[in-house]
Design a protein around this ligand. Structure first.
Ligand code: ADP
Ligand code: ASP
Ligand code: MG
Length: 402
């Protein structure tokens, strides 16, 4: 069997944890499996490197940023090779360049395009454990790139797909995927199974336990994932196409604080305005999420939308370029907002989930700013200060607790 095992930052945060991971991988190796290990940077090392960079230059060149951030993962894999060698097991550490993991050229947010598997195969054939850096790759200029925060999950799934692995295990600091972030929702419960679609929505809407592109890739290539703890033997959560367990109406609650609400007031009420606004944003690679357009009155209308909070400056710059030609009277922003979502495939056949969620928020005196829905989710925009209160109230209302 070929197994891909990915360990996140907290799982390799110090010497003890590194030795623990080494032993876990060796156990698998000694039972006869081919083992490929994907590692994140130790603990909060990526944040430490970002702070270092920003201290020198608040707007560091993106290429240099990736040059810096890739050192985090390179440190972990080198130390892991040393740990395994100390335990007497042959291992080899490889970075994104050595593998090679080919990506698009977008520094800081690259996408994996192709993975060369020859080197890894060769090392596995020599009966070595192969330890690969997560989160990084190389672009057509032979420069290092990174896949966006949390991207090591995506490295693991892409490797599992490229190597036709028999299993892909994501080890983290919680025992699996929960009905909500257990850090904030005390009654959150571990799920036995969850579908790709539900997991993709949860991950995209703020459940940081998996990088959303990793779930996208897993679905595309049919890679079954197991999310479990690196510190316990507890069974984790299986992420797959179909689940057997009886479907709950709602399978999870997620929250995202990386949100800014932008309102364009007094735009001319004529065809093409929305197109020109959102085209200007798309050209700058700004991801617009919730969109609300008011009914026109006296020849003008308002458009309100949300963007990632870390893209607020870029958004305002892009809007500024079209402000005069679209005769936008005023632009306002609110950065003290958050999105809270409920996700569940069971919603498709059960109307009333949205109403139940709104009633619950009303009972908790939480005001709703904006609403958006899909077949399997309902999202509300609320004041950031109410986030945890809303998550807990909505979670318990849908009886997701034990
Ligand atoms: P790693 O470093 O292992 O990749 P992350 O911090 O990226 O770990 O992801 C694990 C964290 O995700 C957990 O500590 C937990 O607080 C958070 N989390 C958010 N939503 C969920 C959820 N629905 N289920 C489990 N964990 C979640
Ligand atoms: N080290 C990277 C980060 O902190 C990638 C990862 O952990 O998945 O975002
Ligand atoms: Mg992660």
């Amino acid at each position: 069997m070929l197994v891909v095992k990915k360990f996140g930052g907290t799982s390799v945060a110090d010497k003890e944890r590194i030795m623990n991971v080494a032993k876990r991988c060796i156990r698998d190796y000694q039972s006869g499996n081919d083992v490929v290990v994907v590692l994140s940077a130790m603990g909060k090392q990526t944040d430490v490197l970002i702070d270092l960079a920003k201290d020198i230059n608040p707007k560091p060149p993106k290429r240099a940023m990736d040059m810096l951030l890739t050192t985090g993962e390179q440190t972990s894999v080198a130390l892991m090779e040393m740990a395994m060698a100390a335990l007497g097991v042959p291992a080899v550490s490889l970075n994104g360049f050595q593998v090679a993991m080919h990506t698009t050229s977008a520094y800081g947010n690259a996408r994996l395009k192709r993975i060369d598997t020859e080197r890894i195969r060769h090392e596995l054939d020599q009966r070595k454990i192969v330890i690969v850096t997560g989160f990084q790759g190389v672009n057509k200029y032979d420069d290092y790139t990174t896949l966006g925060r949390g991207g090591s999950d995506t490295t693991a799934v892409a490797l599992a797909a490229a190597l036709h692995a028999d299993a892909c295990e994501i080890y983290t600091d919680v025992e699996g995927v929960y009905t909500a972030d257990p850090r904030y929702v005390k009654n959150a419960r571990k799920l036995k199974e969850i579908t790709y679609d539900e997991m993709l929505d949860l991950a995209t809407l703020g459940a940081g336990v998996l990088h959303n592109r990793s779930v996208e890739l897993a679905k595309k290539y049919g890679v079954q994932l197991v999310v479990r703890s690196s510190l316990s033997e507890a069974e984790g959560t299986v992420v797959k196409e179909d689940v057997k367990v009886e479907r709950m109406l709602v399978s999870g609650v997620a929250a995202d604080k990386n949100v800014t609400r932008v309102s364009l007031v007094g735009i001319k009420d004529e065809p093409g305005m929305a197109f020109r606004v959102f085209d200007a944003l798309a050209k700058e690679n700004i991801n617009v999420d919730m969109i609300l357009q008011s009914i026109g009155r006296e020849g003008t209308k308002d458009i309100t939308f949300t963007v990632p909070r870390d893209m607020t400056d870029e958004t305002l710059k892009a809007i500024d370029k079209v402000k005069d030609s679209l005769k936008i009277q005023d632009v306002t922003t609110n950065t003290a907002v958050s999105k809270v979502s409920v996700v569940g495939a069971g919603m498709m056949s059960n109307p009333g989930v949205a109403a139940k969620m709104f009633e619950c928020l009303y009972n908790s005196h939480i005001n709703i700013n904006m609403i958006s829905t899909s077949e399997i989710r309902v999202t509300v925009l609320i004041n950031e200060a109410d986030t945890e209160k809303a998550m807990n109230a909505v979670h318990d209302m849908f009886e997701l607790e034990d």
